[in-house]
Write a protein that binds this ligand. Structure first.
Ligand code: NAD
Ligand code: UDP
Length: 339
């Protein structure tokens, strides 16, 4: 069976993808520096699947150490999750974001070239569509003007992958543009474990519900949407993980360069997220309306058809599943992986 290297595989999306790859029969090697994660996540992946994961603690920017991993393992494909992802922090510390996100990418591509590994899947983001493309976003649209350095790192890395594939006809690349991943594995033993005050909506909602935060502020209720709050294309992280398995199946049997959205195609508003979470879980989430957050777009959702056509993948879980599973993880692990 093929061996897949997950760069940044101990993180939120990487750990869920590891479960689905192992369940599908792939061997998994994880490389992570735990800058935003814990090796405990991988121990729990092993518990869920009953399989073992080869785990390396290292900074992917460190080429020499990465070479050792490729020397020790016959890697068939790489999934590149490793990156810093906090939008607000990227505005405060742009150099750190450009250095980490772009260097990890260059380091992986150089190492793959050295060891003749020709397949890479990259965690890109809907943020590369920028502020001027109309919704729903389709993959044929041009990358737009991003609203923050995080988004620009994704846009630049997409360009790097495209240029690398143009220069090397053996290199296959799939750029997966994620929409808004939420939820957790249904076991409730792996999930999203943000450090400090969460930036994203669902971890904030869950932490208010569990009593770790006082009150959710909904950022703006005067947007031109059906209820005045922003809409997003929320996708269950297990669906997203299964999309990666399909992308791996595809890249191992095609020489390709593809951009593929991973979203559901259905937008929900912030208010709908809060009310669904309350209803499904039978718990109140205290919230107030506050001013808009700088850089937020009113509406953002995918045209999800290309993933269905090319990969044979569509999201299967609904908003109730996402809210139930987010809460199941949060209430069983109020302090995340630091029990
Ligand atoms: P995460 O922070 O949970 O996972 C990223 C992992 O990469 C972490 O385990 C971190 O320790 C590791 N990492 C970072 N820099 C590293 C380095 N230099 N060397 C080794 N390991 C390093 O984030 P996630 O939510 O799982 O996201 C995974 C990827 O998907 C990221 O690239 C992110 O930008 C992208 N993405 C995420 C979302 C989202 O909403 N979660 C949306 C779109 C795109
Ligand atoms: N949001 C909010 N309060 C919060 C966090 C987020 O109202 O504490 C809103 C935010 O304005 C956006 C949506 O929730 O409309 C999703 O935000 P998130 O940061 O999770 O994802 P984004 O789409 O910005 O990447």
């Amino acid at each position: 069976m093929s061996t897949i290297l997950l760069a940044g595989g101990a993180g939120y999306i990487g750990s869920h993808t590891a479960v689905e790859l192992l369940n599908a029969g792939y061997e998994v090697v994880v490389v992570d520096n735990y800058s935003n994660s814990s090796p405990e996540a991988i121990r729990r992946v092993e518990k869920i699947t009953g399989k073992t994961v080869k785990l390396y603690e290292l900074d992917i920017k460190d080429n020499a150490k990465l070479f050792e991993v490729f020397k020790e393992n016959r890697i068939d494909a790489v999934i590149h999750f490793a990156g810093l992802k906090a939008v607000g922090e990227s505005v405060q510390k742009p150099i750190m974001y450009y250095r980490n996100n772009i260097d990890t990418t260059l380091s992986l591509l150089e190492t793959m070239s050295e060891y003749g590994v020709n397949n890479i899947i990259f965690s890109s983001s809907a943020s590369v569509y920028g502020e001027n493309n109309p919704v729903p976003y389709t993959e044929t649209m041009k990358r737009g003007v991003c609203t923050n350095p995080y988004g620009w790192t994704k846009s630049m890395m997409e360009q790097i992958f495209e240029d690398a594939a143009k220069a090397d006809e053996n290199l296959s690349v799939i750029l997966l543009r994620y929409f808004n991943p939420i939820g957790a594995h249904e076991s409730g033993i792996i999930g999203e474990d943000p450090q400090g005050i969460p930036n994203n909506l669902m971890p904030y909602v869950s932490q208010v519900a569990v009593g770790k935060r006082e009150c959710l502020t909904i950022f703006g209720n005067d947007y031109p949407t059906h209820d005045g709050t922003c809409t997003r294309d929320y996708i269950h992280v297990v669906d997203l993980a299964k999309g990666h398995v399909k992308a791996i199946d595809y890249i191992l049997s095609h020489n390709c360069v593809e951009i593929i959205n991973l979203g559901t195609g259905t937008p929900y508003s912030v208010t709908e997220i809060v009310s669904t979470f309350e209803r499904v879980n039978g718990i109140k989430v205290k919230h107030v309306y506050g001013p808009r957050r700088a850089g937020d777009l009113a509406e953002l959702y995918a045209n999800a058809d290309k993933a269905a056509e090319i990969l044979g993948w569509r999201a299967e879980k609904n908003l109730e599943d996402m809210c139930r599973d987010s809460w199941n993880w949060q209430k069983n692990n109020p302090n995340g992986y630091n029990q």
